[in-house]
Design a binder for this molecule. Structure first.
Ligand SMILES: Nc1ncnc2c1ncn2[C@@H]1O[C@H](COP(=O)(O)OP(=O)(O)OP(=O)(O)O)[C@@H](O)[C@H]1O
Ligand SMILES: [Mg+2]
Length: 265
């Protein structure tokens, strides 16, 4: 991963923040955040996942019921509760979210520094982690802007179909705006083809189109469609734990190797 070598504002540690973003819904942002985090943890890295989505899917997929949470990312962003207090220790550490986070965008809208609430909250926990992975909701609103402002890098899961391409241009425009105003060094680490159905010509053509437009920003790893990804969250597990020797687990381990090897480029 090509992270800046000089320490940045709010980044006195070696901790890297990676946001998983795509305003399109259901493209495997949450699945990728969790499973890549667990694959990084298997490689010996200390990883924190932050759930910035009011749907709380990441929270649920580690077996935490969002409806029972007394404190969550809402309190961190809006009331400046220390982030440590919403971390639950599961396969990896998860800073949990619940539906009240949906109100955070409005509650934060009049706050000075509203785009930097997550960046500020992360500063105190960064010394404890090598990586912070931030899952974002399917929108380019203030929650996603907070994630992109706190991030060193962005991984963009993309479902392989033509319509996804337009969304990527929109995301790139948002990133350009963030770079200009809030976080000069944030950049796309890679674009990840997900939900790939290798049997169809459409998927093959869509990947080719992605590569034509985004070149070597498209990861070599591909995540194929398999029912395991739907089964694992029901058990509150990553696919790496649910089916450790399966193709799905292997795909995310492969992606972890690819992302980590970029650090040495
Ligand atoms: N490779 C895959 N094969 C089959 N199903 C998958 C795969 N990856 C994810 N899924 C399933 O697709 C659905 C959407 O995945 P996920 O929740 O990760 O997407 P998302 O981008 O986070 O969605 P949202 O935009 O709503 O947050 C889930 O039911 C998940 O289990
Ligand atoms: Mg999600």
């Amino acid at each position: 991963m090509q992270f800046p070598e000089t320490p940045e504002r709010h980044l006195p540690t070696g901790c890297k923040v990676v946001a998983f973003a795509n305003q399109k819904g259901g493209v495997a942002k949450t699945t990728t955040t969790l499973n890549l985090a667990v694959a990084f943890a298997e490689e010996g890295h200390r990883v924190l996942c932050v759930d910035m989505d009011p749907q709380g899917n990441l929270t649920m997929s580690q077996g935490v019921d969002p409806d029972t949470l007394e404190r969550s990312m809402y309190d961190v962003l809006v009331h400046r509760l220390p982030l440590r207090e919403v971390i639950h220790r599961r396969e990896i550490d998860v800073a949990c979210a619940s539906i009240d986070l949906a109100g955070a965008e409005i509650a934060m809208s009049t706050m000075i520094g509203r785009e930097r609430a997550l960046e500020k909250a992360l500063a105190e926990v960064k010394p404890d982690y090598d990586f912070v992975f931030v899952d974002t909701p399917p929108s380019l609103g203030l929650l996603t802007i907070n994630a992109l402002t706190a991030a060193n890098k962005v991984i963009v899961p993309v479902q392989c179909e033509y319509l996804s391409m337009r969304g990527l241009i929109q995301l790139q425009n948002t990133l350009a705006m963030i770079r200009e105003n809030l976080n000069p060094d944030v950049d796309i680490e890679g674009i990840l083809p997900t939900l790939v159905d290798t049997r169809t010509l459409h998927a093959k053509e869509a990947i080719e189109l992605l590569e034509e437009n985004f070149g070597d920003r498209v990861f070599a790893s591909r995540i194929r469609k398999t029912i395991r990804f739907a089964e694992a969250p029901v058990k509150g597990m990553s696919v790496l734990k649910y089916d450790p020797d399966g193709l799905a687990a292997h795909a995310y381990r492969q992606l972890a190797k690819e992302v980590l090897s970029h650090a040495n480029r």
